[in-house]
Design a protein around this ligand. Structure first.
Ligand SMILES: [Zn+2]
Length: 97
């Protein structure tokens, strides 16, 4: 009977104003899923961070010098670097949530 119960792997329930914190008690399978979900979120976050950093490097190292040197018209630059500034801005907003 009791051996069929799901094994509780996380910390015991915490009590706050008489309410059981249901997020702290999960079975082994849910704990594994939670851990996987956490890893995926961390990876998405990390990837977005690196992408933003790379975009800023591209703007800094390529867009700006090309603009300053007048190698291409601003229309041509806008076509090549499309919405990079917008992507950087949106990325930063997402990262600050
Ligand atoms: Zn479960």
């Amino acid at each position: 009977m009791l051996s069929n119960m799901p094994k509780i792997v996380s910390s015991p329930p915490s009590f706050s104003a008489g309410v059981v914190d249901c997020w702290s008690v999960v079975c082994a399978r849910c704990a594994k899923r939670r851990s996987e979900r956490r890893d995926i979120i961390a990876e998405v976050y990390e990837t977005e961070l690196k992408y933003g950093r790379d975009l800023r490097i591209v703007m800094e190292e390529f867009h700006r010098p090309m603009l300053v040197a007048g190698l291409l018209s601003s229309d041509q630059l806008a076509g090549i670097f499309l919405n990079a500034e917008e992507l950087i801005q949106v990325g930063e907003e997402c990262m600050s949530l």
